[in-house]
Design a protein around this ligand. Structure first.
Ligand code: UT7
Length: 341
């Protein structure tokens, strides 16, 4: 039986996205700026990735600061106050510090006095995973209002002397408030996730954890920055984004024609379009905003949803497929019917 049908056996408590808000820092780092830092060109970056610029924090601005801005606006748009939030889940690979969790820092900064919370580490799949965990808490009746945040300050772990990674990433945050849907046909319908830990070395930050604590050597060897085997990640992402989309669509008997929008993690325009072609989604139903934001890791999907809303491409009742692939490897997909007017 499908997960989306299981609710039919009991009183339906359909989780739904009640509101969405995003925040990016104002400062931009353009391809022209990067040409001055490393041996690269606007032409190469645009052709291979689709990125033209990305937003970068000023020194002293942390993930919780971006998350706070998105969270407060999402709560306001939901017609709630921070006091109404039961649970805060922050998806991030760039927490302000290893502990306390960024969820605790956000809870304090926004004054969500009744909430508990935790961070969720799934790299670029953090938003799809956090959405799933939060929505299952709502479905189970364990929470009524869940604040799900995807936020990363990637510039804090990027080596701006390494042209293979520094052109790709940006900083940003997105937040949604989950609640119980008044109309059970609208909301989070199903999810499908998977991890393949054999891909760990292909995209990681080698030092700073328990295996290789920070030392003079780890700093000298630049091991506190993100390292990536771009081609290995690219091949995995192309194959697995398509696979997971096909699986969740087949299980729900949904064809590409019935989908209104495909919102993928934004790592590379070519990865998104190859997955879209594989499932038969025409370009006009695919959201791509990587040109302006780059890869913001946990924030890409809410940023892309926001772009779709702002450009009038996402409306109440639309059937939407979210998909992500990230370090781990982590793979995720969520099928939902948009409920916001
Ligand atoms: O969100 C997390 C998941 N991450 C991803 O999904 C990223 C997946 N990977 C990719 O998107 C692509 O592999 C990259 C955009 C990272 C690289 O594109 P590519 O087409 O796979 O390039 P490549 O790594 O095969 O490199 C081709 C050439 C190399 O030069 P040679 O060996 O052919 O002389 C690179 O050294 O391009 C060179 N190169 C660059 N040239 C100019 C690599 N980075 C740059 C650069 N500017 N920034």
């Amino acid at each position: 039986m499908l997960r989306s049908q299981l609710a039919g056996a009991m009183p339906i408590r359909r989780p739904v996205i009640r509101s969405l808000a995003t925040y990016v820092p104002p400062r931009q780092l353009t391809n022209a700026d990067l040409e001055k830092l490393v041996d690269t060109s606007d032409e190469w970056i645009m052709q291979r990735t689709g990125i033209r610029t990305r937003h970068i924090v000023d020194p002293g601005v942390a993930t919780s600061d971006l998350a706070k801005e998105a969270a407060l606006e999402a709560i306001r748009r939901a017609g709630l106050t921070p006091h109404d939030i039961d649970l805060i889940i922050v998806g991030t690979v760039t927490p302000d510090m290893l502990f306390p969790s960024t969820a605790c820092l956000v809870q304090h900064k926004i004054g969500a006095t009744r909430a508990w919370g935790f961070d969720l580490s799934a790299a670029c799949s953090a938003f799809t995973y956090a959405l799933t965990v939060g929505s299952q808490m709502v479905a189970a009746g364990a929470a009524t209002h869940v604040l799900v945040i995807g936020a990363d300050v990637m510039s804090s772990i990027i080596d701006y002397t390494d042209r293979t990674t520094c052109v790709l990433f940006g900083d940003g945050a997105g937040a949604v408030v989950l609640g119980v849907s008044e109309d059970p046909t609208l909301g989070i319908l199903d999810f499908e996730h998977q991890v393949d830990g054999s891909g760990g070395p292909a995209l990681c930050m080698p030092a700073g954890g328990s295996l290789r604590p920070a030392s003079h050597e780890t700093v000298d060897q630049r091991l506190h920055y993100a390292r990536q085997d771009g081609q290995a990640v690219f091949k995995f992402a192309v194959r697995n984004t398509g696979d997971i989309c096909e699986r969740i669509l087949a299980r729900n008997h949904v064809t590409a024609d019935e989908l209104d929008l495909f919102v993928s993690h934004q790592a590379n325009r070519r990865i998104i379009m190859s997955a879209a072609e594989r499932i038969g989604m025409p370009e006009e139903k695919v959201v791509i905003n990587i040109e302006e934001f780059g890869n913001t890791t946990a924030a890409t999907i809410p940023l892309a949803l926001n772009t779709a809303v702002e450009t009038g491409r996402l409306k109440k009742g639309n059937l939407v497929l979210l998909a992500s692939v990230g370090a781990g490897f982590t793979v995720g997909s969520v099928l939902l019917r948009w409920a916001i007017d």
